[in-house]
Design a protein around this ligand. Sequence first.
Ligand code: ADP
Length: 495
Amino acid sequence: MSASSMQVRSDLLREQNFIGGVWRNAREDAWLEVVDPASGKGIARVPDSGAADARDATRAASEALPAWRATTARYRAQLLKQWHVRIVASTEDLAKIISLEQGKPLGEARGEVAYGASYVEWFAEEAVRAYGDIIPAVVAGRRMMVVKEPLGVVAAITPWNFPLAMLARKAAPALAAGCTVVAKPAEDTPLTALALARLAEEAGLPAGTMNVVTASRANAAGTVAAWLADSRVRKITFTGSTAVGKELARGSADTLKKLSLELGGNAPFIVFEDADIKAAVEGLMRAKFRNGGQTCVSPNRVYVHDAVYKEFARQLVARVAALRVGPANLPGSEIGPMINFRAVEKIERHVRDAVARGATLLTGGQPVQNEIAAGPNYYAPTVLGEATHSMALASEETFGPVVALFRFRSEEEVVRHANDTPYGLAAYFYSRDVSRICRVAERLETGIVGINEGAFASEAAPFGGIKESGYGREGSRYGLDEFLATKYLCQGGLA
Ligand code: ADP
């Protein structure tokens, strides 16, 4: 399918950058082809921008900043609410665009629109709550005040797996705080970001407050470098790989920007012997197979206690083998295509390596290509048993529909293994023992813990990691603070 034959509101299908309230081509007039991951065919083209376009966006954002930061929080909240209303009203169109360029089943894409929109609504509501403080004076005749101010221009760099939600949960708090935004979406999924910008324009966000620049993988670093070098950009908010996150941290050092980095994970999912097995299987299905396993909180290592291993594996395999693989727009599809062929290659490498090192293949284990899943990027939902820590999938994020089951015998042992990774984004465990729940939740070294729960993400909760999964939080009241500077005002001579 091509983007234009998709029956989407035509003005949401944008093939230009949005800079300073104007839709325009890249200065070099270079183009990037957007590909449908289901067919591998081109569907649209967007600007392949470079540093000059990024600088134009910075100029627009910094020119818009003084007026925007001077608006009242109530005014910004109203515009964000308008944006929210338009996103929700465009759910069907946005979901089609997400599915087309990213590959997730349409039902999941609708879910992503609702999820992304919930951040816009939340931060519209939070905008008016960026409270300061009055501190009891330590010296007579003084007043000590704390006020929160917007940081300035924010650069948002987003990944392809949730093209709408990742941008919404960065741009909405930034705009709510009174910052202006320059954004670069992932090269695989620029159309969703441009549609979101169009809706921001329609909602009446002033020119220059929200800018989007698209670029190919080859030009990503060069485009973003213009923001890293520019002292007017005061904050980088990034979701993506740990390797690129570290590059951005290094690149921000010269101008000492504030950073929020939401990076890779290697989530453990632990099933203790006292767990409700059925609930644990359901929780794993929800956590693991959303977006075909292409989420940063996707369980990567599933530890199952020896005493319940056989039963858990039996129930899990029955569920996984029944998952339907197919294109996003086919009703009933549960697992869409992987984002691109590189993703499929990595999954294949992990599965081959695991089997060569002694894993047993319980279901799946190969790419799928048939009349329904008629494309190069489909991979069968897979369960591997008897996984060990010498396998590549124990230390690298697979980012696909592959579950690896590790057997364990003691709480001590499994917590040690769960924490034995440089990453620390999310962990999950299932247990009905109240003291174990407290103990294990405390000992897991991650920013998020799902306890008897496989789906925890919410606009009302702080999302983010520790260790090499990054720092900073998105969502909740903590998410607004990431875009605010704390200023202390000390007034004397009042005695
Ligand atoms: P993934 O592995 O999920 O593709 P990446 O970290 O490679 O994650 O990409 C996330 C985002 O970072 C995308 O928008 C991508 O274009 C961008 N990106 C990739 N490489 C760089 C780089 N060297 N500098 C800045 N941004 C980059």
